[in-house]
Design a protein around this ligand. Sequence first.
Ligand SMILES: [Zn+2]
Length: 200
Amino acid sequence: MHMQDHQWQAIIDCDATADGQFYYGVLTTGIFCRPSCKSRTPKRENVRIFATSDDAITHGLRACKRCRPEETVPQNELAQAVLQLLESRYAAPLTLQTLADHLHISPYHLQRTFKKATGQTPAEALTQIRISAARQLLTSTDLPLTTIALQVGYQNLSHFSYVFHKETGTTPSDYRRRNGNDEKSASAAGDHSADADRLY
Ligand SMILES: [Zn+2]
């Protein structure tokens, strides 16, 4: 496999989010590693890229003792990185492509790895984060619904209301009425159930 610049960058950065996407072998040592390996960065001209650890072994390379590239890749690193992105950027319109570009991986790889690690698609996780944030705003502020919709990343109120209802079984205004600031005990119960619904 021809090495791409972002792959070389991942090797230099010991980027764990690249783990599982490729492996790199160093011809001078005969050893192959995961991108995140903290071993000394080799010279670029000595590096070869492999899609799988089996490929590297077939080409006569030995697995690094430090990063153990022959063992199953912990997918959680990438899933964590995706979740962090979702948490920090949910207020803006987000597409799978945007996330994938940010992590320098393909949308397909992102979707597949994330689902494998969390049991959810990135879109499902994003919806949960947004609805959870909306619940907070509905019960702890007097902001108009339209403002809340925009603040949690929805383009308009009707789309927000639709998703909110689908996720919670209630409309945003009903949710606010039942869990509003004037009913402290109901609010606490509402917050609690919101936490319980969260998977992370
Ligand atoms: Zn290594």
